[in-house]
Design a protein around this ligand. Sequence first.
Ligand code: ZN
Length: 252
Amino acid sequence: MADKSRTPMRKKERKEKESTEMSKDVKDVKNEGEQAVDNGEVPSAEAAAANGAVGDDQNGEFQVEALELPPFEIIEGDRIDPFAFKFQFKNVEYSSGRNKTFLCYLVDKGSADDGLLKGYLEDEHTGSHAEEAFFLQCLKDYDPALKYTVTWYVSSSPCSDCAAKIAEVLRVRKNIKLSLFAARLFEWEETDIQDGLKAMHAAGCKLRVMKPLDFSYTWETFVENEEQPLNLWEDCTENYEYYQEKLADILQ
Ligand SMILES: [Zn+2]
């Protein structure tokens, strides 16, 4: 369940207007990033670096909360188990039993020597969440001089707390551009969830529901697929259209 105690953050969020410009070049850079993945250019040094300590002081509030995290509850990896993927990413309307978030990420730092960071995070909704863990673990060596193009494929959209944190990070760190593709919308009927999605959108996050092609791409890129194609489930397109319509209504 979403924690509803953090509404004060939203007051500040409304001020940001220029941030909507941030998403304009995400698509182009993302495509470059995807090509790099297809070529297998994943730097092992980057992946190894994803295991360490806490970030910097660029973002005070976020940093303080980070210290409370129990780090062992987050699972970090390169490729997802295929059975876990098929269950967790299935875009059913009611996500019964799926009480965790899988977050697949691509990070392009815009410089040739740093290459592309790729992997996934997995959480339990009872512990710390994958969205927050991403910024603490995967971007722990955050450099304000670099330009980050980040793409997430998540099994469900963020809870209101995570959405508020994501929006805050994107406001403070204007050199991070985030595109988020979600298989399902988490508790989208709830007002605080909708406010969270709107805040992320206003902070420049490009929010989308995963299309059938996105599932196939994620399967090929992040899953232990043993060279087998993903057989999309029967109602995949229909469910995508359902969630896409809900998201469009929320963000309009
Ligand atoms: Zn969350």
